[in-house]
Design a protein around this ligand. Structure first.
Ligand code: FAD
Length: 290
């Protein structure tokens, strides 16, 4: 029935949280408050992005180290290959392994603006390089609505298969707002023999204006009803948050009923919405359960 608790439908749910390196002291405080709030939910891992071409890989690594020390969680750095040579990537991988890092989110990264050359390395190559160094747990990116550079959907799907065949153990999707897009993509993955988890990336949208700019670049469709939902809320952050929570909750409900039992949250370093959605999914602080 519609009234059944979501956790009864979903069974055991795994979650993971994504953060980005903060740029100011205030943002850093927000990040740590968020990590402390979300850590008791015992995520299967947390990850920290690395902006390709930013040269700030050390900051990603520093946050990963601190998360490990302060929470004991499995912390996975994102690593891109568009801005490094094979030899550099091997050295970075070895360094990560020697520092106890066992999980890496392996990405190509975006090409620098204006770049027309074919990159030397794609994410599938990075997965192969990482595996040649050590037995990492590797997550890769997947695009239910097709990566913008891909000539067609089938090519992109085969690219995910190459990444999995090279040794990736899970795919995390680009965010999306129409569950059917994800579900159809998951079916297509299964149909061509991709046998790893396709973890939906959930973005609770608190800043709709920013999203509309970003979504065009990423080839993610924003349904008309979303425009309507955020209309007139440009100056009203409180209501935007409530709307964002509602939309994301509706989506995880649909996905739960379709058997999804791992959700990856693009937290944008905020905890409130991810925490509330987890609560609804039956993911509770471990200390409260014990
Ligand atoms: P790939 O899998 O290599 O694919 C890139 C494109 O090239 C696709 O269109 C693919 O079809 C095509 N392709 C693959 N192989 C070939 C080939 N041999 N010849 C021709 N075309 C090919 N970016 C960051 O900079 N930092 C991050 O921390 C970060 N985190 C992310 C996390 C997630 C979960 C996701 C979904 C994306 C993230 N990104 C990040 C963005 C990502 O780097 C970009 O989307 C990038 O453009 C593609 O990366 P990829 O790993 O999917 O690349």
């Amino acid at each position: 029935s519609m009234n059944r608790n979501l956790q009864d439908v979903a069974g055991k749910v795994n979650v993971s949280f994504e953060f980005f390196p903060p740029k100011t002291e205030q943002m850093e405080n927000t990040l740590w408050q968020s990590i402390e709030r979300l850590a008791p939910l015992a995520p299967s891992f947390v990850s920290v992005t690395y902006g390709a071409n930013s040269g700030e890989r050390d900051r990603t690594h520093d946050i990963i180290k601190s998360i490990k020390q302060r929470t004991g969680l499995i912390a996975a750095p994102h690593l891109t290959c568009v801005d490094a040579s094979r030899a550099e990537l091997e050295r970075i991988a070895k360094d990560y392994w020697d520092n106890g890092i066992r999980h890496i989110v392996a990405l190509r990264g975006d090409l620098p603006p204006g770049n027309k050359e074919k990159p030397a390395l794609y994410a599938a190559d990075l997965v192969e390089i990482l595996r040649s160094v050590a037995d990492f747990d590797i997550s890769v990116a997947a695009y239910p609505e097709v990566h913008p550079e891909s000539p067609n959907a089938q090519f992109d799907l085969l690219n995910l298969k190459r990444k999995v065949d090279a040794g990736a153990s899970r795919a995390i999707t680009q965010f999306f707002f129409e569950p059917e897009k994800y579900l159809r993509y998951r079916d297509r993955c299964a149909a061509i023999g991709i046998d790893v988890e396709i973890v939906p990336g959930i973005l609770p949208v608190t800043n709709f204006q920013q999203l509309t700019k970003f979504a065009t670049m990423t080839n993610v469709a924003i349904p008309g009803w979303m425009n309507k939902a955020y209309e007139g809320l440009e100056q009203d952050a409180t209501t935007r948050n409530l709307v964002a929570a509602n939309i994301a909750m509706e989506m995880v409900k649909v996905l739960s009923r379709e058997g999804v039992n791992h959700f990856h949250f693009y937290t944008l370093n905020r905890c409130e919405l991810s925490y509330a959605i987890c609560h609804l999914l039956g993911v509770r602080p471990q200390s409260a359960i014990a």
